[in-house]
Design a binder for this molecule. Structure first.
Ligand SMILES: Nc1ncnc2c1ncn2[C@@H]1O[C@H](COP(=O)(O)OP(=O)(O)OP(=O)(O)O)[C@@H](O)[C@H]1O
Length: 246
């Protein structure tokens, strides 16, 4: 992989700290996400991955440290500026999180509602997003009529509908059978290539990490304990690192 040191990261987290009483979850976590890369973040259950993401999207305030999205320190932004910046981030949540009472079309239109500028284009954006995940024909179906893999695809279509620069995937393959999981991984790779998005992928799925990652970070003891390619990390002699590759 090419050297990234001289390129400005699209997401830059520096020395992030967050504690809940005596529970020191993030102890100076630092990471950079670069343009058009697939970065996998791994950490044991309870290691602070969700806390970190919540800080990035403004759902939680860090105790210390900085978060820069596309060169802007989020703590210095007004709510309006921050909301605008957040449209540059798409999410694929654990378990797809579709609204059960809405059709696929309505689920996809939902993130567009807040933006009057998309009112005229919404039909086209919905169709393009569905086409990107190969499910144009599912537009009028209800979520209950979709398989788990289809739901995940629709959730992915919703994540990319505003053409975000960054996509955060939270456990994208959890709950899927191995074949469907592979299909979703291939789709994620395809989307990254088509839209040149930068992806931060939180996963416990080693197969997913091996196939998709350009780079990996292990969140251990509240810090970026080690980062490198899958191969580099898999070859580590460090016991804490080896535990992930057993
Ligand atoms: N709002 C909160 N109040 C108190 N403690 C919290 C809060 N949110 C998270 N924590 C604690 O922070 C720690 C990290 O939780 P977090 O949800 O970030 O883990 P995670 O790495 O995402 O785990 P998993 O892989 O299971 O999703 C846990 O000890 C959790 O109990």
């Amino acid at each position: 992989m090419k050297k990234q040191e001289n390129i400005t990261p699209i997401l830059k987290i520096t020395d992030l700290k967050k504690s809940f009483g005596d529970n020191h979850v993030l102890n100076g976590f630092t990471m950079n996400l670069y343009e058009a890369e697939n970065l996998v973040l791994m950490g044991k259950s309870g290691s602070g991955k969700s806390v970190m993401i919540k800080c990035v999207v403004g759902l939680m305030q860090a105790d210390a440290g900085t978060i820069e999205i596309m060169g802007k320190d989020i703590t210095t932004l007004s709510q309006k500026e921050f909301n605008n910046l957040r449209t540059q981030i798409g999410f694929l949540f654990q378990g797809s999180a579709l609204y059960d009472s809405m059709t696929v079309r309505e689920n996809l239109e939902f993130p567009l509602r807040k933006f009057p500028e998309y009112a005229n284009k919404s039909k086209q954006l919905v169709l393009e997003a569905l086409e990107s995940v190969g499910l144009k024909n599912a537009i009028d179906l209800m979520p209950e009529e979709l398989s788990g893999g289809m739901k995940r695809r629709i959730a992915l279509a919703r994540a990319i509908i505003l053409r975000p620069k960054i996509i955060i995937y939270d456990e994208p393959t959890t709950g899927l059978d191995p074949i469907t999981a592979k299909e979703i991984i291939q789709l994620m790779i395809g989307i990254q290539q088509k839209f040149k998005t930068s992806s931060l992928i939180i996963t416990h799925d080693m197969d997913c990490a091996r196939v998709i990652s350009n780079r990996m970070i292990l969140l251990i003891d509240g810090i970026n304990y080690i980062e490198g390619t899958y191969k580099e990390l898999a070859a580590s002699k460090d016991k804490k690192v080896q535990e992930f590759f057993k």
